[in-house]
Design a binder for this molecule. Structure first.
Ligand SMILES: Nc1ncnc2c1ncn2[C@@H]1O[C@H](COP(=O)(O)OP(=O)(O)OP(=O)(O)O)[C@@H](O)[C@H]1O
Length: 874
C-alpha cells in the first residue's frame, strides 16, 4: 500500500487539514487514469509526420500526413513530440506514474503529497539522464529525440552536469540510486520489500492452489467412501462454505506461518428487532411451576403465601408494548462506510496505518473496528481520541484498544438517533424464556444486539450508579418488571427502600412486598435489620433440615410435615441479630396477622436480662414466648415463680416452611441512607451482601452519588456486580467500576455492565419500560391479591437513633464502644464530635456512647465544648 509515501508526515499540518470526501478522491483518481491513458496512446502512436507545420524546434517530417494518425490526434502528436524532445525515452515514466496516482486515489483515497510529486520528478530526471548515458544499446531515432535517448533533460543532467563531475560509471550508479529513491517517494514502498512481497504472494498462491487440490482430493475420497444415500460431508457444504474456507485458511496459516489475512469487513445492524415468538418457552416453565404449586398448596396452611396465591396468574407479556417496526430505519451502509473511511483517513494523516474492520450499529452507539498495521502500538490510536472526535464530529467518542477478545481496535460513536430497547423484546428473548437463569433480569442489549439477561442469583448483588437522568430508575423499573413477569408473590418478595419518595410509590400495593415501601431513611435501617433477621432465621432452618442453602432447601423432598407454629424462636432469643425495632420508642415492628406466626418477632434485652419483644401489645395474637413460659411455670414477665431451681427453659420449635421465597432488597438512593447513619447502614448492607446469597436474599443498591463516602470500599467489596450509567467525571467512574469509561457514555440508558465473575465491561443500551407499562403491570398483579406484609414499620422514628433503654446496651453498641475507646486512647481526647466524625455516627448516638462511658467511669462529665476528662488508663 502506498499509504506511507503519500501521507503527510507533518502532524502540525495534518491537524489543520481538511479531510476530503471520498467522491473527490474518486474523481481525481479517474482523471489521473484518463490522463495516463491519453498520454500513453499519444506516445505509442507518435509519428513526426503528424506534427503540424507550426511546431517550433521539433524535427518535422518531410511528408506530413493530411490527417493525423496519432490516436489522440494532432494534439496528441504535439504533446508526444515535445515531451519526447524533452524527456526522451523517460517519457514513458510519466503515464506509469499517473496510473499509479490514479490507482492510489481510487483504492486508498490518499492525498498525492509533495513528496510523491518530488519522487515523480526525480524518477523522470534520473531515467532521462540514465538513458542519455547508457551505452548498452544504440539509440537511433533523431527524428523523435534529436538530443539523444534522454531528450533535452537527459542531455543537460547526464551529459552536461554529471558526466564531467562523476564520470560515466559514477554518474550511472548515482542516477540508478536517484531513480530508486524517486520510486520509494512515489510508491511509499521499498523496492526490496516489493520484491519480497511479490515473491511471497506468488508462493502463497501456489501453496493455496496446492492445498485446495489436496482438500478437494480428500473430500472426493471421503465422498466415495460414504454410504450411497448419505450426504457427502464437505461437498454438501459447498466449495465456498465458511467452515471449509476457515479450515483451509487455518491450515495454510499454521503450516506455512503466513501473515494473517484480515476478514472482509461486514456491517451489522443489531437494532433490527427479532420477530416475537408465537409461543414463549417460559409459558411451559410457568405451567410446570403452577402444577407444583397446586400440589403444594394442598398441604400448605390456609394463611400461607402458597395457599393465598395458589391461583395466581402471571402477567401476560402483551401488557408490555412493542414499538411498531416502522419506527426503526435500517442502517445506511454508505454513511457508515464513509464514517469509517473518515476515521481511517484521519489516523492516516498521523502516520497511523489501519485497515477497515467490521462496523456494528448498536441501539445507542456504532462501533467501527479497524485492524492496526503490524508493529503499531494501539495506544497511539487512543492518544488521538480528540482528533478523531473532531474529524467525526462526534459528541462523545470512546476507543476500545483493543476490543476485549478481538484483534481490532473499536471506535465507538454515539448514534444521532437512539433506538429504544423495549423490555418486551428482552422478555421474549430465548435467554429469558429458556428459564435457565434462576432470577433472570433483563438489563439491555449490547452493541452486537445480544440480549443481556443477567441472573440475579449468580450476581448475587448489584450496584447501579450514574448521574441524575442517566437511566438508573428505568433500569431498576426494568429489573422489577422482569421479576414481576417471572415470579408469583409467594416465590419472590420485594423490600423496597425509596428515600426519594417518588420512584417506588407505584409499587406500594404489590402483593410481592414483604414490607411496606420504606420512604423514611431512618426506618430503612429497621427494614435492613429485618432482612438480617430473616437471613439468620433461614440459616437456622437450613441447619435444622440439613440443607446447605436456599436451593437445596427448596428442592428437598418435602413430606408436608410442618412443625408447631411457634414463632421464631432461637432466632428471637439469639440476641445478636434480632434487634429489629429494638426499644420501646423505636419504630414499632408489628407482625401482620396472616404471617405473624412465621416470622421472628424482634427482641431486645430488658434490665432483668431476659429477651422480650418490643411492643408486645402490637403483636396480633399471642406472645409465643409467654405461652411457652407459662407451660414451664414462668410468669408472663419471664420470672421463675417456683421455690426450687428453675427448670431449663423450653426453646420454642423452629417453624420449617415448605419453601422460602426469594427476597430482593432494592435501595433506590443509597446516599440518602448513608447521610442518616452511615456506619449502621454500611454494616447492615455488609452483613446482607456477605451472607445472604445462600439464603435466597439478593440486594440491588442504586445511587446517583457515586462518591467514595457513599459507595464505600466495604460496599464495593461485597457487591462485585455493577452497572454504571453516564457520570460526569472519570473519578466517579472509578468509584463505581474501579476504572474510567462511564464518563464516556451518552446517557439515557447507555450503560457499562460488569457481569459476575469477569473483569470485562460490556457496553449496552438499557431496556426501556414506560410508566404506562409499569402501571398496567402493577394493576394486573394487584388485582390478584393484597400485600401481605411480614412486618409493618411504625412511624415512631424520631428517637430511633437512641433506641435503647437508658443504660441498656446491645452487642452492636458494645462493638461501637470498643471503637470509641480505641479512638479515645489513640487521640488522648474524648469528645462527641470526634467520635461522630471518626465513626460517622449521628449526634444522638455519639453522645449516647459518651454517656455510657461516663456512666462506666471511663470519662468524666461533659464541660461544654471542652473534651471530657479521661479517668482511666486506656
Ligand atoms: N433505557 C432507556 N432507553 C431510552 N431512554 C431512556 C432509557 N433510560 C432512561 N431513558 C431516558 O432518560 C430519562 C431519565 O431516566 P431516569 O429517570 O431513569 O434517570 P435517573 O438516572 O433515574 O435520574 P434520577 O436519578 O434523576 O431519577 C428517562 O425519562 C428516559 O427518557
Amino acid at each position: 500500500m502506498p499509504a506511507r509515501a503519500l501521507s503527510r508526515p507533518q502532524r502540525k499540518l495534518s491537524t489543520e487539514q481538511k479531510v476530503e470526501s471520498p467522491h473527490w478522491h474518486a474523481a481525481c483518481g479517474f482523471i489521473f487514469l484518463l490522463i495516463a491513458l491519453f498520454y500513453f496512446l499519444a506516445l505509442i502512436s507518435y509519428d513526426p509526420a503528424d506534427l503540424p507545420a507550426w511546431a517550433p524546434w521539433l524535427p518535422l517530417s518531410d511528408t506530413p500526413t493530411p490527417l493525423a494518425r496519432n490516436l489522440i490526434g494532432r494534439s496528441g502528436a504535439v504533446l508526444a513530440g515535445y515531451t519526447f524532445w524533452m524527456f526522451g525515452g523517460a517519457n514513458y515514466v510519466l503515464p506509469i506514474c499517473f496510473t499509479w496516482f490514479g490507482v492510489c486515489k481510487l483504492t486508498s483515497q490518499m492525498r498525492i503529497t509533495l513528496r510523491a510529486w518530488m519522487g515523480f520528478a526525480l524518477m523522470v530526471t534520473s531515467a532521462a539522464a540514465l538513458l542519455y548515458l547508457q551505452t548498452l544499446w544504440e539509440w537511433d531515432a533523431p527524428q523523435i529525440t534529436p538530443l539523444g535517448a534522454g531528450g533535452g533533460l537527459g542531455y543537460v543532467v547526464g551529459g552536461m552536469l554529471l558526466l564531467g563531475i562523476l564520470g560515466e560509471v559514477g554518474s550511472i550508479i548515482s542516477l540508478g540510486f536517484a531513480y530508486l529513491i524517486g520510486m520509494i517517494f512515489v510508491t511509499g514502498m521499498h523496492p526490496i520489500q516489493v520484491a519480497v512481497h511479490i515473491l511471497k504472494s506468488s508462493r502463497d498462491q501456489f501453496v493455496q492452489y496446492w492445498i485446495n487440490r489436496r482438500l478437494k482430493r480428500e473430500a472426493a475420497e471421503r465422498a466415495a467412501l460414504q454410504p450411497f444415500n448419505a450426504p457427502p460431508a464437505d461437498l454438501s457444504r459447498g466449495k465456498g462454505s465458511a467452515s471449509a474456507t476457515g479450515k483451509r485458511k487455518d491450515l495454510i496459516e499454521t503450516q506455512l506461518d503466513l501473515p494473517p489475512v484480515n476478514p472482509i469487513p461486514k456491517i451489522y445492524d443489531s437494532t433490527v428487532p427479532k420477530t416475537p415468538k408465537p409461543k414463549p418457552l417460559l409459558a411451559e416453565v410457568w405451567q410446570k411451576r403452577q402444577e407444583q404449586k397446586e400440589q403444594r398448596a394442598a398441604f400448605a396452611k390456609p394463611q400461607s403465601l402458597t395457599s393465598l396465591f395458589k391461583n395466581y396468574v402471571m402477567p401476560p407479556l402483551d401488557i408490555l408494548s412493542w414499538p411498531p417496526p416502522t419506527e426503526r430505519d435500517p442502517a445506511d451502509d454508505s454513511q457508515l462506510r464513509e464514517m469509517q473511511n473518515t476515521i481511517i483517513r484521519t489516523l492516516g494523516t498521523f502516520d497511523i496505518k489501519v485497515t477497515a474492520g467490521d462496523i456494528t450499529k448498536g441501539p445507542a452507539i456504532t462501533r467501527f473496528e479497524v485492524y492496526p498495521s503490524d508493529g503499531l502500538r494501539v495506544n497511539r490510536i487512543v492518544n488521538l481520541e480528540a482528533d478523531l472526535a473532531r474529524a467525526t464530529k462526534a459528541e462523545r467518542l470512546n476507543i476500545l484498544a483493543p476490543i476485549p477478545g478481538k484483534d481490532t481496535v473499536g471506535i465507538e460513536l454515539a448514534n444521532r438517533e437512539k433506538i429504544v430497547v423495549p423490555i418486551r423484546e428482552l422478555l421474549e428473548d430465548d435467554a429469558f424464556q429458556s428459564g435457565k437463569a434462576k432470577i433472570p433480569i433483563a438489563l439491555g442489549k449490547d452493541v452486537y444486539g445480544k440480549a443481556i439477561i443477567a441472573d440475579l442469583a449468580s450476581m448475587p448483588h448489584l450496584l447501579v450508579a450514574g448521574a441524575t437522568g442517566s437511566g438508573k430508575s428505568v433500569c431498576i423499573n426494568s429489573i422489577i418488571t422482569s421479576l414481576l413477569c417471572r415470579f408469583a408473590p409467594d416465590e419472590l418478595r420485594f423490600i423496597m427502600i425509596d428515600p426519594k419518595f417518588v420512584e417506588m410509590q407505584g409499587y406500594k400495593d404489590l402483593p410481592h412486598l414483604a414490607l411496606p415501601v420504606v420512604t423514611d431513611p431512618k426506618l430503612s435501617l429497621l427494614a435492613l435489620r429485618w432482612v438480617v433477621n430473616e437471613m439468620e432465621k433461614r440459616y437456622q432452618v437450613f441447619a435444622k433440615e440439613g440443607c446447605r442453602n436456599f436451593d437445596a432447601f427448596n428442592a428437598r423432598k418435602r413430606g408436608g410435615t410442618i412443625t408447631r407454629a411457634a414463632s421464631a424462636a432461637s432466632a428471637a432469643r439469639s440476641s445478636t441479630t434480632s434487634r429489629l425495632g429494638a426499644g420501646a420508642a423505636t419504630a414499632a415492628v408489628a407482625i401482620a396477622p396472616p404471617i405473624s406466626k412465621s416470622s421472628p418477632p424482634p427482641t431486645t434485652s430488658n434490665k432483668r436480662g431476659r429477651d422480650t419483644l418490643p411492643h408486645p401489645d402490637k403483636y396480633d395474637s399471642s406472645n409465643v414466648l409467654d405461652e411457652l413460659d407459662a407451660e414451664d411455670g414462668y410468669s408472663p414477665g419471664g420470672f421463675w415463680e417456683g421455690n426450687s431451681e428453675p427448670p431449663p427453659r423450653k426453646e420454642p420449635e423452629l417453624e420449617v416452611p415448605d419453601t422460602f421465597p426469594y427476597i430482593v432488597v432494592i435501595i433506590d438512593e443509597l446516599a440518602d441512607l448513608m447521610q442518616t447513619a452511615p456506619a449502621d447502614i454500611e454494616g447492615a448492607i455488609q452483613r446482607i451482601t456477605q451472607k445472604a446469597r445462600a439464603a435466597g436474599i439478593h440486594m440491588i443498591v442504586a445511587t446517583q452519588t457515586p462518591r467514595a463516602d457513599v459507595v464505600t470500599g466495604t460496599i464495593k467489596a461485597n457487591i462485585p456486580c455493577r452497572i454504571a450509567f453516564q457520570v460526569s467525571s472519570a473519578l466517579d467512574s472509578r468509584v463505581i467500576m474501579d476504572r474510567k469509561g462511564a464518563d464516556k457514555l451518552v446517557g439515557k440508558g447507555d450503560m457499562l455492565y460488569l457481569p459476575p465473575g469477569t473483569s470485562q465491561l460490556i457496553r449496552a443500551q438499557g431496556t426501556m419500560v414506560t410508566d404506562d407499562e409499569i402501571q398496567q403491570l402493577v394493576d394486573f398483579v394487584c388485582e390478584q391479591g393484597q400485600p401481605v406484609f411480614e412486618a409493618t414499620l411504625g412511624d415512631d422514628s424520631d428517637n430511633w437513633d437512641d433506641d435503647e433503654d437508658e443504660g441498656t446496651t446491645t452487642p452492636e453498641d458494645e462493638a461501637i464502644l470498643e471503637k470509641v475507646l480505641d479512638i479515645i486512647s489513640a487521640e488522648k481526647k474524648a469528645s462527641t464530635s470526634l467520635i461522630q466524625r471518626r465513626l460517622r455516627l449521628g449526634y444522638t448516638r455519639a453522645a449516647r456512647m459518651m454517656d455510657i462511658l461516663e456512666e462506666r467511669g471511663i470519662i468524666g462529665p461533659g464541660e461544654g465544648a471542652k473534651p471530657r476528662e479521661i479517668l482511666v488508663e486506656l
